[in-house]
Design a protein around this ligand. Structure first.
Ligand SMILES: [Zn+2]
Length: 143
């Protein structure tokens, strides 16, 4: 590998005003999801206004990190710079146990692509990308 190739990395998430609490929690190894106190629903990705009841007082709550595979795909030939090294890998639509259709997009790790199936129980894990950013991902939940 040349020096140029070694410098190629995956894009690093850039927190903004809405997503900063999510990333600050993830950096501490905590999965925190925006929550509306008015209608008691979780919201992801974060919004300025509750999409269910239009309330504006939203906060972030720690969730269990338990989830299941809602659906998934296997990436075997990603031409985007920085992603080829880990192929094949699994991108999942991950449904958190706290609320129906409360989903995140994340990698499913610690399992071969062939073993991933819809409904598979998962738990959150964090991949450290930089000193400030840890990426929530999901691995099979141990019995
Ligand atoms: Zn609401």
């Amino acid at each position: 590998m040349s020096a140029n190739e070694a410098a190629v990395t995956k894009p690093i998430p850039v927190p903004d005003e809405l997503t900063a609490p999510f990333w600050e929690a993830a950096n501490r190894g905590v999965l925190a999801i925006q929550h509306c106190a008015a209608c008691e629903r979780y919201i992801h990705p974060p919004e300025a206004v509750c999409p269910y009841c239009q309330a504006q007082e939203l906060s972030f709550r720690q969730v269990s990190g338990r989830a299941r595979v809602y659906t998934h795909t296997v990436v075997r030939d990603n031409i985007t710079r920085g992603f080829a090294e880990g192929e094949p890998y699994v991108i999942g639509i991950i449904e958190l146990v706290e609320q129906e259709r409360l989903v995140l997009v994340a990698n499913v790790v610690g399992v071969t692509p062939e073993e991933v199936e819809i409904g598979m129980p998962l738990r959150v894990t964090f991949e450290r990308l930089t000193d400030d950013i840890a990426l929530p991902q999901f691995e099979p939940e141990e019995a």
